[in-house]
Design a protein around this ligand. Structure first.
Ligand code: HEC
Length: 148
């Protein structure tokens, strides 16, 4: 009887181990898969579907750097403003001043998000200075411009 119980315990123990290892593997592989397949990250049509011109590279950076966690590209609300049809508009800042949503504003928002803040949004965007290469920054700008 005792051996049966301990065998059961061992079986249970190994099952728990198998589940834990599987979970760890999924957790390790999913971010990699996401970086290569944006559709996995968004669940629906990836940003790529809305990309024109120089977009695709920028869309990949957008997903790889986690921008899509806070910014939608279809107008739906997230923590940060949707970047859909954002480019070319006039943005009102929390100081009441207005600024053109142009290339310069996009670059500054990415490298120094605190510089100009919008009312109604939490100051949670991290600076990506040093985290995006110049060519990734260019690609992001082109992508955000393409979302018009
Ligand atoms: C943790 C959430 C978060 C992440 C991640 C994030 N942002 Fe933001 N972002 C915000 C919030 C919130 C604002 C608005 C508040 C502000 O102005 O600081 C903002 C503002 C912006 C703006 C200005 C938009 C406007 O209309 O004023 C741009 C452009 C932008 N982010 C681009 C990006 C890019 C590109 C990335 C990835 C490299 C990124 N963000 C990552 C939260 C985030």
């Amino acid at each position: 009887m005792k051996t049966v119980v301990s065998t059961n315990r061992m079986f249970l123990g190994s099952m728990v181990l198998v589940v834990a290892v599987t979970a760890a593997l999924v957790a390790a592989v999913l971010p990699l898969a996401r970086a290569h397949h944006p559709a996995i990250a968004t669940g629906v049509a990836p940003p790529i579907a809305q990309v024109r011109g120089h977009g695709p590279a920028g869309a990949r950076v957008f997903v790889a750097k986690g921008c899509n966690a806070c910014h939608s590209v279809d107008g739906s609300p997230r923590v940060g403003p949707s970047l859909y049809r954002d480019f070319g508009t006039t943005v009102t800042l929390d100081t009441g001043a207005t600024v053109a949503m142009d290339e310069g504003y996009i670059r500054e928002s990415i490298l120094d998000p605190r510089a100009k803040a919008r009312p109604g949004y939490p100051a949670v965007m991290p600076s990506f200075a040093g985290l995006v290469k110049p060519r990734e920054l260019d690609a992001l700008v082109a992508y955000i411009e393409s979302l018009r």
